[in-house]
Design a protein around this ligand. Sequence first.
Ligand SMILES: Nc1nc2c(c(=O)[nH]1)N[C@H]1C(S)=C(S)[C@@H](COP(=O)(O)O)O[C@H]1N2
Ligand SMILES: [Mo]
Length: 312
Amino acid sequence: MRIIKPSDIPASEITPREIYLNRRQFMAGVAALAIAPAVSASSEPSHGQKFMDIKTGPYSTNDKQTPFDSVTTYNNFYEFGTGKDDPAKRAHTLKPRPWTVSVEGEVKRPKVFDIDDLIRFAPLEERIYRLRCVEGWSMVIPWVGFPLTELIKQVEPTGNAKFVEFVSLLDPKQMPYQRSSVLDWPYIEGLRIDEANNPLTLLAVGLYGEVLPNQNGAPIRLITPWKYGFKSAKSIVKIRFVEKPPITSWMRAAPNEYGFFSNVNPEVAHPRWSQSRERRIGEFFKRDTLMFNGYAEQVAKLYRGMDLQKYF
Ligand SMILES: Nc1nc2c(c(=O)[nH]1)N[C@H]1C(S)=C(S)[C@@H](COP(=O)(O)O)O[C@H]1N2
Ligand SMILES: [Mo]
């Protein structure tokens, strides 16, 4: 059981009334959180509520963490535009409460979870993972979440559940750039069932100890650190167990450029650029990209015997 720790400054003193009221509603539903005092009127990235009692999870990297300000202002979230600063500027229209996630398809116990039940679903862990975007930049982010496999266990997949599809929110009122056709909406991603069950795979609800900022995929998103960033779908409303590989949004957009697996692999170039090096955000010199983004020890076994040039 996590405990509410009163913050030093009442939220009512520092936030507009509307936000304060939303927070009160939020507090009513989530005993796990304390109000963070740091929403400022300036243009600095705002902070969210802090989680209490996060345990230290496994698999964290010792690489230097990318500053909070970069993690929350340099984003890909095409539902809000294609510019890196669009999500931070525009994602305030996303309403992460109330929110449900429907877990369905080839499972014995389908269930619609309220987000606040999901947050309490399993002990929350902090895991510091590398994230490598297909565009050639990377970050190191301390996520807060729990292993997807915990949720999978509870819904009991049938023998036909070979793949898992992740569906992001579809609502052009909240996500205005869904009125453009830059991608096929809603945003869809997929994993093979063994990838979904791998202990590295996380459902994240926060970062830097705080509730996920909207631009990072509030209120819940996938994290698959050995794959290119786009596999880690944001603002998920549906997790569907299926027999056939899902057709993901990026495969639909450009099947020759974005394969189903999209494992980080310095030896397989994107058709328009090399993937052998990357720029860590905040650093000047590029560094070598590692096989499976440095997570080979955990995931190489999933692909033994597969031709990774073909199954890219
Ligand atoms: N729904 C949705 N999820 C998404 C994206 C998106 O455009 N829409 N972009 C992806 C890409 S390309 C990357 S690199 C990561 C970026 O996550 P971050 O902004 O939290 O670093 O989110 C991924 N998840
Ligand atoms: Mo990306």
